[in-house]
Design a protein. Structure first.
Length: 150
């Protein structure tokens, strides 16, 4: 039981690196075509960028299916990927971009830091020059409020 919890937690943490890597080298690389409309807003609720939800869901689904078939650790890797995907969805789509009008009054220090970092990421509309490719781990410089210097 404890080992399964550790696998879920380590997978969740590893997904932050995977999200950073994929965002920097895939979304801002050869799949920019799908990610571009996230930086250069186009009309409509859905974005081509939403396809990345499915791309990340495939390995999770594979882990669920094979983990259940063989009763092994892959199930817990799938759970870790799913939990990260859910956290990413809540933070990115609801808290930052507010595509769904939930938690609109959140204004804690972490929320302000993550919004600042993401705003800097979206500062450049093109494929290059962006920074802050991660999601849940925010560089320390964004924790400092420029209006109060703390």
């Amino acid at each position: 039981m404890l080992m399964n919890i550790i696998i879920v937690a380590l997978t969740f943490l590893a997904m932050e690196f995977m999200a950073w890597f994929t965002h920097k080298f895939v979304m801002h690389g050869f799949l920019w075509y799908l990610h571009k409309d996230h930086h250069q807003v186009e009309p409509g609720f859905f974005e081509k960028n939403d396809a990345f939800f499915l791309i990340f869901a495939v390995p999770s689904a594979y882990c669920y299916v094979t983990g259940l078939m063989y009763d092994d650790f892959r199930l817990f890797i799938g759970i870790g990927i799913s939990l990260y995907g859910f956290a990413y969805f809540v933070v990115h789509e609801i808290i930052i971009h507010q595509r769904f009008k939930l938690f609109t009054r959140l204004n804690g220090r972490y929320v302000r830091a993550i919004r600042r970092a993401h705003k800097i990421h979206h500062k450049h509309l093109g494929k290059y020059q962006s920074e802050n490719f991660g999601m849940l781990i925010v560089p320390l410089k964004y924790w400092i409020d420029p209006n109060t210097s703390k």
